[in-house]
Design a protein around this ligand. Structure first.
Ligand code: BT5
Length: 258
């Protein structure tokens, strides 16, 4: 990957600026700093290798060079979008899922922010809010995708089984073609983020919907039936005929192990 090739391959997209870093700590850190400094909507930071790729709650995200996609995009949400800010993480997952479907794959979205192939994690999404004083003035959406076999970390560092696009597809994948496709779907679906169709499209790809799941929250675990998601993307869990609404961010879901 080099910046000129990346710019040429993404030239048809309405992206205000592209920064390519062969190596960085975290593209989300870079994009957050750039957003704080006033960068406009549509800036994308791409790295070949991350030394400190981040997941949620201080967890790590492994990005091996030459085999993965790791990038972050800056959004400047409208006031109406700020009311549903929690939908930016689903936006990332939906864009990746649709891009994988374009390749002929059948991805699922693991609520709230993972994309699965064959029920193994192929992508993680990290949405972070940019604050200006007490006002929200941006979202940085970070996406990590395992493309080729070398991208999949050792199972001993994983909380959930992982895979990569090429293993599932059984043939090589052009990383920049996939990047272009994900960004294109991100830009298109973002226009519909407040619509019912957006929630419907996200929901119909959700793994474990209707199944019994365990949700790990900071104050302990809760097991119940994954009934639905609401208009903010929150998970609706039924436990002994009582409904619990669980917001994303600080929780982890897994299917119930029998
Ligand atoms: C995520 O967090 O899945 C969000 C990952 C977001 C990564 C992108 S890359 C570009 C941008 N820059 C960043 O620094 N981050 C974003 P979470 O749901 O907390 O999952 C983290 C867990 O995923 C870890 O604890 C590992 O178990 C697992 N994991 C780490 N690297 C992985 C990989 N390459 N493939 C599959 N699973 C992985």
């Amino acid at each position: 990957m080099d910046v000129e090739t990346i710019r040429a391959r993404l030239s048809a997209l309405p992206i205000s600026e592209i920064q390519y870093l062969p190596e960085t700590y975290s593209t989300n850190d870079d994009a957050m700093a750039w957003a704080q400094a006033g960068a406009p909507e549509g800036v994308v930071v791409i790295a070949d290798k991350q030394l400190k790729g981040r997941g949620r709650l201080g967890r790590m995200w492994v990005t091996q060079p030459g085999t993965s996609l790791a990038f972050s995009m800056i959004f400047r949400p409208t006031l109406e979008e700020i009311e549903k800010l929690s939908l930016f993480s689903p936006l990332g997952a939906l864009a990746v899922a649709v891009a994988l479907e374009d390749l002929g794959l059948s991805p699922e979205i693991k609520w709230p922010n993972d994309v699965l192939l064959s029920r193994k994690k192929v992508c993680g999404v990290l949405a972070e809010t940019v604050w200006m004083g007490s006002h929200i003035n941006g979202v940085v959406l970070g996406i990590g995708i395992n493309v080729a076999t070398g991208s999949v970390p050792d199972s001993n560092v994983l909380l959930f089984p992982a895979t990569c696009v090429e293993s599932e597809l059984g043939k090589p994948v052009d990383r920049l073609l996939l990047l272009e496709s994900v960004l294109r779907h991100l830009i298109e679906w973002r226009k519909q983020i407040r619509t019912e169709r957006f929630i419907e499209e996200w929901k119909k790809r959700l793994a474990f919907l209707g199944e019994k799941v365990t949700v790990q929250k900071p104050d302990g675990e809760i097991t119940g039936w994954f009934q639905d998601v609401d208009e903010h993307g929150a998970l609706v869990l039924s436990v002994e005929e009582q409904y619990h609404t669980i917001l994303a961010g600080d929780v982890k879901l897994r299917p119930l192990e029998e």
